[in-house]
Design a protein around this ligand. Sequence first.
Ligand code: ZN
Length: 295
Amino acid sequence: MQPEEKHFGPVWFIPGANRGRYPYCNSVYIQGPGIIIDPASDEDRLKEIRDREGISEVWLSHWHEDHFTYLDLFGDVPLRICRKDAPPLTDIEVLLDWYNPKQSHRNYWRKVIEDTFRFRPRQPTSFLEDGDVIPFGNVTVEVIASSGHTPGHLAFLFREQGILFLGDYDMTSFGPWYGDLYSSIEDTIDSLGRLRATPADIWFTGHDTGVFTDNGAQLWQQYENVIYQREAKLLNLLATPHSLDEIVQSWLIYGRPREPLAFFEFGESALTAKHIERLLNKGLIEVVDGKYVRL
Ligand SMILES: [Zn+2]
């Protein structure tokens, strides 16, 4: 079922098309100051909000394409993001470097980012930093750094409303993404702890269901556990030696091959590589003749 738009005073949850699943996301609108966060939800609704309510600033929780698609609807209004996540917005080649796809998939990705996600280079007007407290009368926004998914990922706490927008820590059954060049499993775990400890009554997420009002503890645990389940499956597989390609072809993350392969094989490989790096660092696996094996 498609989630509905929900208003909590001046803080609006704007559901993305197709349940805010990639290539869409859910947006947040702050009525009054006219701020839209992550404008990749629903083009028609965003135009309507722009025309009826006004949009005077765009904020991004992080640099990913499925959060900035409709930036071009708002002309040159100020754009704000964490300084650490700004470089990919300024140059498509930097964005592709940060994604780190196989060289043979790079042209596919460049075309997708430019055509589907309407990428145009942008320089942020100013930066949002961890601990920033931004008062707007009836809503005070607190900026919470939450690296891992990306180095400069931000969550936003709306104090008076008790709402915490988690960005791409999206509480889906798929689990967290940490497959970019600068993503980190360790930082993801730390950030989940930090966000979980932030007092809130309502949680917004960047994809899927989007609004949670109860059962928080269980959701957090399930979401974090996906990381450990992936690791356990990988360790199991590495009872016998496997190359990275062989591991990827086991589809431990996505469960089965999915189309478009350029997308899913990339994801499978990127997340797997992060787990291998983590297991090597923990001394739980080793490399023998170019293959990984459990110690
Ligand atoms: Zn993301």
